[in-house]
Design a protein around this ligand. Structure first.
Ligand code: ACM
Length: 532
């Protein structure tokens, strides 16, 4: 109660200061001071939580607020430091991160005592004395902190001092993901993106509890990762991109930097080397990889389906063994993605032979095979993950593979591909899977999309972003926002919560947050964005 009165007094004082400020700024009729905004309602979060129970008064951050974490947990400490770094510039508060006991402030606690939360779930309890996030593991704390962040006003995302008040609505949120795999893919092959651009996207993904960053590292138009044993892949194969621009590649240190940055946001990197098609950059770099021994010219167009590694040649497999060995050595994550899509220049028999030889090169490094769903036209090895990018939902070989253990990540092109144009005449994107407005990107269910697919085979969802038409962060953001959060919600939130009419209201509330973050999003007319 005493706290509550202090809050009211603080608010009054803030209103008075605002009024006085307005008075000195203009001698003419001063505008009425804006009433302090009410806290963001507890459930107004994307992805929508499993359960939300508003109750009581809000928590208010102030000069005395500390972030309390468990002693002896460096990982919890890091989540606390991450939160403090987010909040300090806009709030102007010191927000020390303190290890140890204490019942006030923002608390990030491990040991939730709630098994159903798993490793990524959390519980958030907010009231006048404290806002506490508890979880079984640091990833849950990090995701809980993303919810806490969305419960603070959008201006908290600004990097300069803002006025507040900084309140978190009172009540309890209990939350955990529907699927363990919630990914986003960035195609750094068609156009190259720098480490800084990738990190910027990682930060945006983290806000929506995405936990996997799939990097499409090679394609016809570019090879983007150093392989020491085959150096021309990067230096020559990475020397251009779609349209003939300068391209680029990641050094091993760059790649490790991205992996570490993603890990600090509780995100796993899945590197993809696309094979046996989509390989002109490699074939152009090394003549011996071609069946006829002649290197093709480097390619800067946007056609697909015309290249293939040479299936009968032994060097194809020693090459891929080297590539996958070096990639595995710098990838702590579980998966190596070997592509396998659009191999139109490889016969079906050769494709099966090829996949039969390449998958063991992944598993012998202790990694799990991931590939586009065409791998189910060959024989996926035990434990493989097929990434569905179709539209028909009638893929019987995918269903057959899933019945014998292949797991499936859902990326239906006509819903989840972030590179589809929103509408005719849109400045960026392609349209081979149709126009995908924000309502369509949200209108699907991973469990029922492919007919007869056992729901238990679905590992999760991924939103791929192909880069034929984009080459900077503004353009990434235009295509990813506002569609990406919907894919994230489909991957995280219970199926029973799926509802466009309530989703669009929650999505609209993200707009001012993106403005504050400098995210250049598509202002879809289907979303009731707040005025301003
Ligand atoms: C793909 O879109 N070719 C996977």
């Amino acid at each position: 109660m005493r706290q509550h009165r202090t809050v009211l007094l603080t608010r009054l004082l803030a209103a008075l200061i605002l009024a006085l400020g307005a008075g000195t700024a203009s001698a003419a009729a001063a505008p009425a001071p804006a009433a302090p905004a009410a806290p963001v309602p507890l459930g107004r979060v994307v992805p929508v939580p499993v359960s939300v129970a508003p109750a009581g008064s809000p928590y208010t951050l102030g000069d005395a607020t500390v972030i309390r974490v468990d002693a002896g947990s460096p990982a919890a400490q890091r989540v606390g430091e991450w939160l403090a770094a987010l909040l300090r510039p806009s709030t102007g508060l010191a927000l020390p991160v303190v290890a140890g006991a204490g019942t006030d402030g923002i608390q990030l606690r491990l040991g939730a005592g709630d098994k159903a939360l798993g490793t990524e779930g959390y519980r958030l309890v907010s009231g006048p004395g404290t806002v506490a996030v508890t979880a079984n593991a640091p990833a849950g704390l990090f995701h809980g902190v993303q919810t806490l962040r969305q419960l603070l006003p959008p201006s908290v995302e600004e990097r300069t001092r803002q006025s507040g008040p900084w309140q978190v609505a009172g009540g309890t949120v209990r939350d955990f993901p529907r699927y363990p795999y919630r990914g986003a893919m960035l195609d750094v092959a068609r156009h190259f993106f720098t480490v800084e651009q990738v990190k910027r996207y990682v930060d945006q993904l983290a806000l929506y509890k995405i936990n996997t960053l799939h990097l499409h590292l090679s394609d016809d138009q570019g090879w983007r990762i150093v392989v020491d044993s085959w150096p021309r892949l990067a230096t020559y194969g990475g020397s251009t991109e779609v349209g003939g621009g300068p391209g680029g590649h990641f050094s091993k240190a760059d790649y490790r930097d991205i992996v570490a940055y993603a890990a600090s946001r509780h995100m796993e990197v899945v590197p993809e080397i696309d094979t046996p098609g989509h390989t002109t950059a490699a074939l152009a770099s090394y003549a011996q990889l071609n069946c006829d021994g002649v290197a093709p010219p480097i390619y800067t167009g946007t056609q697909v389906g015309f290249s293939s590694l040479c299936v009968p040649k032994a060097v194809t497999y020693s090459f891929l063994d080297d590539v996958l060995r070096e990639l595995a050595a710098m990838t702590p994550g579980r998966y190596l993605h070997i592509g396998g899509d659009e191999a139109q220049s490889t016969t079906a028999a050769d494709y099966a032979t090829f996949m039969g030889r390449v998958q063991p090169l992944v598993t012998k490094r202790g990694k799990t095979v991931m590939a586009w769903h065409q791998i189910t036209e060959a024989r996926p090895v035990a434990g493989a993950v097929a990434q569905y990018w179709g539209m028909g939902g009638t893929e019987t070989k995918l269903v057959a593979a899933a019945r014998t253990g292949t797991r499936v990540v859902m990326s239906p092109a006509n819903h989840a591909y972030l590179d589809m144009k929103y509408k005719a005449g849109a400045p960026f994107g392609t349209e081979w899977a149709g126009y995908v407005e924000v309502d369509k990107s949200y209108a699907w269910d991973p469990a029922t999309l492919v007919r007869q697919l056992p729901a238990s085979a679905v590992l999760g969802v991924e939103a791929p972003l192909w880069s034929e038409t984009i080459d900077n962060s503004d353009e990434i953001e235009y295509l990813a926002f506002p569609r990406l959060p919907g894919i994230a919600e489909i991957g995280w939130s219970p199926a029973a919560t799926h509802d466009w009419s309530t989703y669009r209201t929650r999505l609209a509330a993200q707009g001012p947050r993106w403005d504050a973050m400098g995210i250049d999003y598509y202002r879809s007319p289907l979303v009731p964005w707040p005025a301003g």
